[in-house]
Design a binder for this molecule. Sequence first.
Ligand SMILES: [Zn+2]
Length: 43
Amino acid sequence: MPTTGEKPGAGVYTCTKCGQTVVLDDDTDTLPPCPRCNNTEFS
Ligand SMILES: [Zn+2]
């Protein structure tokens, strides 16, 4: 399960708390905290 601060690779990640999606365009992008609820775990 990817968490904030990791570089899980390009793709779409869904917040495990609120369902907000975060899109990473590049393999070198770092996963940010959820922009809606500040959660740090994504699926
Ligand atoms: Zn969230």
